[in-house]
Design a binder for this molecule. Structure first.
Ligand code: PLP
Ligand code: COI
Length: 361
């Protein structure tokens, strides 16, 4: 399987592109090109086509519109000090995409083919990669069920698409986010799709996100479905709790139980925090541990992490059980150190000892 190149012959002008990149934000403007590949049960995967970014034409009875058979990924391309462009752990995204596909009864895409599509789009649209640390080109690969018909069954046709958008901060790094711990809604239950990156998980989360906003909070924190007690994750990010301070601190994250999304940033931070000399722990953390740990001062910092948001401090937490604030409500020193170390590795200013960065062009 290869990627056939038919790029946009009328790309954005330098001035237009520069203005769009300078505007910052997340997911507002898209690059000149996209990649599309099709799959059918009879013929497997087609070659991929890199072609001008543009709308799709789909029959209204296409499966994805009715039963939500869709998966996606999120990853970033980063500018390096020598002007080259690297991807961060693309193989990990390719593997998670394959696992999500298996869970959603979609076809698994060979991981090499997946990574190849990403590399070709980044090479083609490299002028869209922003030049500052903390900025990047966000890549959004996704797959939809394209069989036409209303029968509820795994689609025998699928389409893979890849789009890209210049990204700056998802949250303001200087400010801690406030969270609403939902005891009414759950994101994922055992046996469900919590471990998969599928659109349906996000659709089901929006009413709680709206509730969070009504409570004056930025994000929702999810508890487990059975006991509504164990902390799982936050919106589109995993969570970390810091116990103690200085070199004796322990960096703790909720254990992967099958209902959390196994974040690549989460996984990377387990290594980064250990390299920085902290004890790291994956364990169950309850809402009571959070409230009591903050009250006693044992929990000194909390942050959320993910591709889009990198590392963002969590300040005040609100729930049906009360409101409490970690530390002084501002980003703490270990959060900032981990954020800067991770960004440094991604941008090539701190040694990448694990071969996480993959140079594209
Ligand atoms: N949890 C959820 C629900 C997410 O959507 C994401 C974002 O991708 C994450 C966690 C963080 O995952 P990653 O670090 O791989 O981006
Ligand atoms: C990401 O961090 O890549 C995400 O997918 C989070 C959110 C934008 C859905």
């Amino acid at each position: 399987m290869k990627v056939n190149l038919h790029p946009n012959t009328a790309p954005a002008t330098d001035a237009d592109r520069a203005a769009k990149i300078a505007e910052g934000g997340f997911g507002k403007y898209y690059t000149d090109n996209m990649v599309v590949a099709e799959w059918s049960l009879e013929n497997g995967w087609s070659d991929a086509e890199l072609k001008p970014y543009g709308p799709l034409t789909l029959d209204p009875a296409t499966a994805v519109f009715h039963y939500g058979q869709e998966i996606f990924e999120g990853m970033k391309a980063y500018i390096q000090p020598d002007g080259s462009i690297s991807l961060f752990r693309p193989q990990a995204n390719a593997e998670r995409f394959a696992r999500s596909a298996a869970r959603l009864a979609l076809p698994e895409m060979p991981t090499d083919f997946f990574v190849k599509t990403i590399e070709e789009l980044v090479k083609q649209d490299r002028a869209w990669v922003p030049g500052k640390v903390g900025e990047s080109l966000y890549l959004r690969p996704f797959m939809i069920a394209t069989e036409v018909g209303l029968g509820v069954r795994p689609s025998n046709k699928a389409m893979y698409l890849l789009i890209a958008t210049p990204a700056s901060a998802y949250f303001n790094a200087a400010k801690a986010v406030t969270v609403w711990i939902s005891t009414e809604y759950v994101r994922a239950a055992p046996g469900g799709t919590g471990e998969a990156k599928c659109g349906g998980n996000y659709a089901a989360s929006l009413v709680a996100q709206r509730q969070a906003a009504e409570q004056g909070c930025d994000q929702v924190v999810w508890l487990d479905a059975n006991e509504r007690r164990w902390i799982e994750e936050m919106g589109g990010m995993n969570l970390y709790f810091i116990k103690g301070s200085g070199k004796d601190a322990t960096v703790v994250t909720p254990k992967l139980t099958g209902t959390l999304l196994p974040g690549i940033t989460r996984d990377s931070i387990l290594s980064v925090a250990a390299d920085l000399g902290y004890k790291v722990e994956e364990t169950m953390i309850s809402i009571d541990d959070w409230r009591d740990g903050v009250a006693s001062g044992e929990i000194t910092e909390i942050f959320a992490c993910g591709t889009a948001a990198v590392v963002s401090a969590v300040g005040a937490a609100k729930s049906a059980h009360g409101t409490w604030t970690t530390g002084d409500g501002n980003p703490g020193p270990i959060t900032q150190q981990i954020r800067e170390t991770l960004l440094g590795i991604q941008h090539g200013t701190i040694a990448d000892t694990r071969g996480w960065n993959v140079k594209v062009c």
